[in-house]
Write a protein that binds this ligand. Sequence first.
Ligand SMILES: [Zn+2]
Length: 51
Amino acid sequence: MKKMNKCVSCGEYTLEEKHCEEKTISAHPPKYNPNDRYAKYRRKAKGIADG
Ligand SMILES: [Zn+2]
């Protein structure tokens, strides 16, 4: 299964690794840990509550 890439130069989606003579990036957003996001939010909320 091929990964969809996106051209950083023109914004076109492509299967090629290069487009407009520029290296393409993955069209899929990088994986992040949602728990980490929540932890950060909760920490902030707690800080406000404590403050
Ligand atoms: Zn392009």
